[in-house]
Design a protein around this ligand. Structure first.
Ligand code: MLT
Length: 239
């Protein structure tokens, strides 16, 4: 039986009851999902995603290592912010990290009813495609967007995943969001870096001088790890 691929462009559009049996892939390539993949590649033991600032502060007061940002800026009580370059081997190896970001960690919570929740980025795209293709489940590509709005960078990544999954012959789609994501990926695939120059997050990161990680976030094959949610924490599936 062909499995279906759906795409959601914003947390405001997500319908948890529709995806209880699906693999949900969490997408926030600039920068939360890339940072999560980097943390696990550098040996993090566990990442506890939390939506609220108070909850993150509470964990900090209890002695946890906390990565937290809002609008790109590191929160004053946090150990570090959201650049993948913060999640070095020295800082994260063997550690549990509590993690709270503007958009990305919230959608992990929203999706938590799904059969399987995995985190995707260009950094783990190759392993993610193989692993997803072996799950024999419908797929929901859940884009974090920006504060409930559509964004380009997550959409082209969803389009890249959807086109490759359809090529396996195991999937089809009649979801217009997925078809639109595939069309945008076709525009971007020859030079994704140039394509996302126009995106709002590109401008936000440039203005805040946080754009040094963009080339890294667009690189493929950095890690084979698939971060998956188990008992409300992300752990690494070595694939
Ligand atoms: C988020 O989770 O909201 C983003 O990835 C924020 C960012 O890194 O700028």
């Amino acid at each position: 039986m062909l499995r279906k691929i759906d795409t959601c462009f914003s947390p405001a559009l997500y319908e948890p009851e529709q995806h209880k049996g699906s693999v949900v892939i969490i997408i926030d390539i600039l920068r939360a999902s890339s940072a999560i993949c980097t943390a696990f590649a550098n040996g993090a033991a566990e990442i506890i995603p939390v939506s609220g600032i108070d909850e993150a502060r509470d964990y900090k007061n209890r002695g946890y290592l906390v990565a937290a940002e809002r609008d790109g800026y590191v929160l004053d009580f946090a150990d570090f912010g959201n650049s993948p370059f913060n999640f070095t081997f020295e800082k994260v190896s063997g550690k549990t990290i509590v993690y709270s970001t503007t958009n990305g960690t919230g959608i992990i919570k929203l999706a938590s009813d799904a059969a399987i929740i995995a985190v995707g980025s260009f950094l783990n795209i190759k392993a993610l495609l193989t692993w997803t293709g072996n799950q024999d489940k419908d797929v929901m590509l859940f884009c974090a967007g920006w504060k409930n709005r559509f964004n380009l960078e997550d959409t082209i990544f969803a389009g890249a995943l959807a086109s490759e999954l359809i090529k396996t012959g195991k999937y089809s789609t009649i979801c217009d969001s997925t078809l639109a994501a595939i069309d945008l990926w076709k525009l971007a695939e020859n030079d994704p870096r140039a394509y996302i120059e126009k995106s709002a997050q590109r401008s936000r990161l440039r203005e805040k001088k946080l754009d040094d990680c963009i080339d890294f976030c667009l690189s493929t094959g950095f890690t084979e790890i698939i971060p998956v949610l188990k008992n409300n924490s992300l752990v690494s599936l070595n694939y």
